[in-house]
Design a protein around this ligand. Sequence first.
Ligand SMILES: [Fe+2]
Length: 358
Amino acid sequence: MSAAPLDTVQYCLIVDDEPRLRQVLVHLMRNDGFTCLEAGNGEEALVHLEQHTITLVMSDLRMPRMDGLELLRQIRGRWPDIAVVMITAVADVEVAVSCLAIGAMDYLTKPFHLEEVRARVAQALEKRRLVVENRGYQESLQEKVAAQARRLEELFLASVQSLAEALEVKDPYTRGHSIRVSHYSVAIARELGLDGELLRQIELGGHVHDIGKIGVREDVLNKPGKLTDAEYEHIMTHPMVGWRILAPLLGETPVALNVVRSHHERFDGRGVPDRLAAGAIPLEARIAAVADSFDAMTSDRPYRPDGLSVDAAVGEIVRCSGSQFDPEIVGALVSAVGEGRIVVIPRSPSYFRAAALV
Ligand SMILES: [Fe+2]
């Protein structure tokens, strides 16, 4: 028998309606270092179980009020680390075997020899130790894996951040744009009832949606006048460029990657790069498309120094509902603005910049 450590009390609970039998077992288990508690039936046993941290339960099957089988079920449900050894009359062996199926470690048949009890209890405790240790290993392994995943995500976000900063240096008009698109996207997504990991991915997608502009010539990015067709086409390569840059990094997170690739798709199928239409455009990209245009309209641009007011921008987006934008997403933007989840922060009398309360 594995001896109890000197500095900790190991409780053994003996449950039997025959006091004489309990006394025999108490004597035996005390000699093996346990502090013994006694109960005459399952109900009394539960009282002890609730008050003490018990290592081992030895329980009779047939008892008044609550029998051993019901007690075993309760122990398995509430205290899975307790080793339970059932004590049965020979006639109950079939029931005893079914106790093993429920989770008893072993069973003893009456009458028993004390040496046999010792050996079976030692076995039961060894099994319990292995089960508890095994679970401990699994938990610490899961913690290590989770910590590594967090570290990987931190490193990933740091590299995305440096890409975003590189883009802002190249194109000052994108400064803050990605953060605002991310906030608006989250506000719209919440309005649509989305939450959890999907929301986090949509937020990330907003942060990186224009990363591909790193591959666009600066003279085109910052051109104050109207773009030629060729220049416009050049700019509109950025969703695919961004997708190529981020696919190796975001392979595990397709939602954010979808935002990058498909935020310039149009609901009527006339967008880029894949000419997807309606429901074929990933939901997250339909959300980002509305958030992106909303911010583009409410911010100043090289070709339009004063942004529109929020009302004018919403009006323009509503006008394009069903052609450029998904009507359901437009509805969510209108609600978010109406409910004050997206509010305007005046910068100057002629200039409004929107900020999302998310
Ligand atoms: Fe874009």
